[in-house]
Design a protein around this ligand. Sequence first.
Ligand code: ATP
Length: 270
Amino acid sequence: SKAKLFDEKADVKTSFKDVAGLEGAKEEVQEIVDFLRTPDKYTALGGKIPKGALLVGPPGTGKTLLARAVAGEAKVPFFSLSGSDFVEMFVGVGASRVRDLFKQAKEKAPSIIFIDEIDAIGRARGKNNFSGSNDERENTLNQLLTEMDGFGTNSNVIVIAATNRADVLDKALMRAGRFDRQIYVDLPDVRERKEIFEVHLRPIKTDDSLDLDFLAKQTPGFSGADIANVCNEAALIAARNEKKAVDKQDFLDAVDRIVGGLEKKNKIIT
Ligand code: ATP
């Protein structure tokens, strides 16, 4: 069977309302929304619209969510692929996939291309070059650089990439006219964790015992993805116990469970 080359979503429903906290990052990507909506306004005085932005931050902090929200707010199609899909790919496939992606995105412009885990293709070239698959990765990276240089500044395609390892990226990616804007997406502080809880509690039936300030304080180091997990887990725990609504204890049990999972994950890494 023929694997899908990349995902295309024409009608993205995600908006900035779905992204809690991240005020600074949201302000920066708002600019991209404006460029996509009214490009002529920005090029009127001879300025060039940026082609790429790099979202940098730990896993689960909302980078993908934010990129989707840009597409949703600008009402443009969202083309996405993940760098990790390119690992172990047959010779020539990676580069042609990148070529196809840009071709489609240009046809549907204004549009967004999102490349998750760009470090998987964008690692500095010429290092750890022991196996053939690295050559293919380099071909893919070179094709990406070629595409970004090739499309004009008025093509109305903006490429957003995400990574949690900006330090390993090939410097060529960060050069002017490529991913020259870097936007940091950090782990949430206590106030932001409360806001993320609020977003993920929207669909959940809770009772009066719930104390969001307390929960936010109980979850230092949690990412947005971890908090989304807590809310879902709490609802399942309450349901298993035949409760009519999710209460404070269910949330605390869910937090314990997620902490347990995080500790296990860290043990495997170290
Ligand atoms: P990775 O680096 O692992 O790809 P990411 O930074 O792209 O992670 P997302 O995939 O955007 O993270 O986040 C996963 C999920 O966690 C989101 O779909 C959302 O449910 C929740 N989430 C993360 N951050 C936030 C946030 N700031 N506000 C609301 N929800 C969030």
